[in-house]
Design a protein around this ligand. Sequence first.
Ligand code: GDP
Length: 454
Amino acid sequence: MFATLSDRLTSTFRNLRTRGRLSEADIDATIREIRRALLDADVAVPVVRAFTGTVRERALSAEVSGALNPAQQVVKIVQEELVAILGGEQRPLRFAKRPPTVILLAGLQGAGKTTLAGKLGLHLRERGHTPLLVAADLQRPNAVTQLQVVGERAGVPVFAPHPGVQETAAGLVGTPGDPVGVAREGLAWAQERQHDVVIVDTAGRLGVDAEMMQQAADIRDAVDPDEILFVVDAMIGQDAVTTAQAFAEGVGFTGVVLAKLDGDTRGGAALSIASVTGSPVMFASTGEKLTDFEVFHPDRMASRILDMGDVLSLIEQAERAFDAEQAAKMAEKLVGGEDFTLDDFLVQVQGLRQMGSMKKMLGMLPGMAQMRDAIDSFDEREVDRIEAMVRSMTPAERANPKIINGSRRSRIARGSGTTVTDINQLLERFGQAQTMMRQVARGGGVPGMPGMPG
Ligand code: GDP
């Protein structure tokens, strides 16, 4: 996700960091590099121009700050301006005063609307809402069936009175029917059954065309949406901006969803959309699974691009991945004076696997731009190996690893298809985790953190 842009910007700032006071020439050289990095990443030209202009002006007139050196100040200005082009503050969904809240999804065919309907449905359901998905994309072959599958997976009901166009062995069958009627009926259905949010999936075409735009506008007029989310495939490059402009004129939208942000294309065009259309990016879609979905925080994304890490997102993901019940149990145990065992350690390690992909997680840690190669070679099978090693231990060994002597180590290595060195490493890592957990349980804080007792 924006890996190249991130690499380019961080290396620009690395050069800057080695200098003391910045002259106007230093600033101009930096601005030139930033401009090139943004253009190479496909950020729209007018956005680049405005961005670099503002950064330059602010950098030249920056007040001397006690806390930051001049180079850090430039980084901070760039971060703030990146946040601004991404739409500023995180913009939450606006719910209708009188439910149901209607959310209309618009965008080109293949942008990821249907997938997003499921993701958003799940997201809302997890937050106590009772969403309904409405299948008003009757055009794309099998879109209705796809929405039904996605809805079932998300545990969200789907209103789909019309099967739409279907692809069969005999070719395409069925008609696009009346999507406006379906949308209207869907809304009435939701009102009757007290769904508090209605998500309407609409048809897209492969390219912008007047008929599709009109249909989306007709559906909009029929259901009077509280939010119109423009879903855009971040991988389509510069076309993303022209498409966004066409939708802004043809249908209008209140927010942007960047889909397929998991791809490693340049993606910069997607960064320009909020700025070009004046609508904030609200969500990001980062994969084919229903959980590959994030509320978009412009400040966190900017920090991620500048490789300042995204500790907040990391914490949120971790919270989601670790079973709250499990965590509470563990805390209780530790506070109650019981020790942290290898079984507990295994639960923690397994939690890492659930944390989306490990790579994504590592990508959010600060200072990772230079470690991207290492991350790419990171092997999630490591978790499997740890699991195998712990499973090859007896309950007594897991509860009290101190008894694991040389011969036990060889036995465990044989049992788990690993080596004694692997076992030694595991026990060493466990020992570190145990020390840390003991300290946390005593309320002593995390070791190794400056300024913290313990
Ligand atoms: P629609 O035509 O706008 O409804 O698009 P779909 O939801 O059917 O998505 C088109 C294709 O893109 C499907 O194969 C999806 O599985 C895939 N897709 C959707 N969202 C994402 C995403 O965030 N990342 C990736 N890698 N693929 C996605």
